[in-house]
Design a protein around this ligand. Structure first.
Ligand SMILES: [Zn+2]
Ligand SMILES: [Zn+2]
Length: 414
């Protein structure tokens, strides 16, 4: 579900409605583009309320998780799209989740005018994830199976606060106006709004030439067309990212999709070259001697896809990377139709062991070693791969990997 948030434009103050996934705000009034930086920690939102005495409110935190959960067990790799809110303070009487409410009304970013006090988040992220995963029956029917590895990918973590109003020693849900059974307002403390909960805004300008950077709301990397440089929205601002392109196959490609090309070693599994990877995963092709000295590169889609398509694409491109010719520096004028980056490198990194497990022709000998294996990342680059237009599908020019057009479109909405 795509949650909406009302966000005043930092330039002119005009009210803009964004998706909570959006990092680039283009103001429809003053046309200025700004990107949002989290000030450490997840973004914080609140459900709208009509309470008159805002300073008497208590805000109860719910953790919102949206992303894909992948689990490796003896039966292979299973996956689930998870989109949930979970109570994060354990106050008696609170609902376990916010249900459909965040979808039904636009959220407001927590700000100084939200008033009242914010109850502390007392849960453990891991436990909340485990509970949410169980609730969604990810492991149902396979209860006695060992989970060798679990990864949360493409995740959005945020806090959504439920405003509560104390009345006659009881707490009332300030959105619905209903009392919370068994609740008591007596011992509640909480802290006031903290200024560092607010995101910072930075003008979307190329740090090198000062030119305007363009992109759609959900993109995480911006391209400067004058400098031919790719800038990723990082923790502190725009970070330069190595942008490469692999020139097209036989015909003129119609689209370039971005992939995180991650060079990594897994010492516990004795994988440091492409030959090691092919051997450990029992690939049905003959290992060429030159692959012994070729570093292991994982190819991870840098855009959101449904979990099964994400995994299949990463696996197919990673296995068939031997068909690629040399990479070149990104030249925008020659890179037709570059698709926006919507999955950050930090998320892509977490998928390496899952891709390895999915690539294994016979998994048993690899799966059991996954929990003790760490993928040591060496370098990463954003590489645009050419895709040809095949009516209903996009087909990667060198490897034949296909991605349905509707799937790509749908991925933007995830
Ligand atoms: Zn504006
Ligand atoms: Zn520039």
């Amino acid at each position: 579900m795509n949650l909406r948030v009302e966000q005043p434009c930092p330039q002119c103050g005009g009210s803009v409605t964004l998706s909570v996934e959006d990092r680039l705000l283009t103001c429809p009034y003053c046309k200025v583009k700004n990107f949002l930086l989290a000030n450490g920690g997840p973004f914080r939102y609140t459900l709208p309320n009509k309470a008159k005495e805002k300073n008497r409110l208590f805000h109860a935190p719910y953790l919102r998780f949206k992303g894909n959960v992948f689990s490796v067990t003896d039966s292979g790799v299973s996956h689930k799209v998870l989109d949930t809110t979970q109570d994060g303070c354990g106050l008696p009487g609170l609902p376990a989740s916010l249900g459909l409410r965040p979808q039904a009304m636009p959220l407001t970013r927590v700000h100084i005018g939200s008033g009242g006090r914010f109850l502390p988040f007392s849960g453990q992220l891991r436990e909340i994830f485990a509970k949410a995963t169980k609730l969604h029956n990810l492991t149902e029917g396979r209860k006695d199976e060992t989970v060798y590895h679990q990864a949360y990918i493409g995740e959005t973590l945020s806090f959504i606060y439920l405003p509560l109003l104390p009345k006659e020693d009881c707490l009332f849900d300030a959105v619905l106006g209903e009392p919370l059974r068994g609740s008591s307002a007596n011992t509640l403390k909480g802290e006031p709004f903290q200024p560092n909960w607010q995101p910072r805004f930075k003008a979307a300008l190329c740090p090198r030439c000062g030119g305007n950077l363009d992109g759609e709301g959900d993109c995480l990397a911006l391209i400067c067309t004058s400098c031919d440089l790719v800038w990723q929205i990082g923790k502190e601002g725009l970070e330069r990212t190595v942008g490469k392109v692999i020139p097209g196959g036989s015909q003129k490609p119609a689209l370039h999709l971005p992939f995180w090309r991650i060079v990594a070693e897994l010492p516990a599994l004795r994988i440091s070259s492409f030959a090691d990877f092919a051997e450990r995963t029992n690939q049905p092709f003959i290992i060429r001697p030159e692959w012994r000295s070729q570093e292991m590169r994982f190819w991870v889609p840098a855009f959101k896809l449904r979990p099964e398509i994400f995994l299949r694409t990463a696996k197919q491109i990673t296995i068939s990377q031997r068909q690629f010719g040399p990479e070149r520096d990104m030249q925008l004028k020659k890179t037709v139709n570059p698709y926006p980056v919507t999955l950050p490198l930090s998320e892509a990194r977490q998928s390496l062991k899952v891709i390895l497990a999915a690539s294994a022709a016979s998994g048993r000998n690899i799966f059991s070693q996954l929990s003790g294996a760490e993928a040591e990342m060496q370098t990463a680059a954003l590489v645009y791969l050419p895709f040809d237009d095949r009516q209903l599908d996009w087909m990667q020019s060198h490897t034949g990997t296909v991605i349905g057009k509707s799937v790509l479109h749908f991925g933007r909405k995830l």
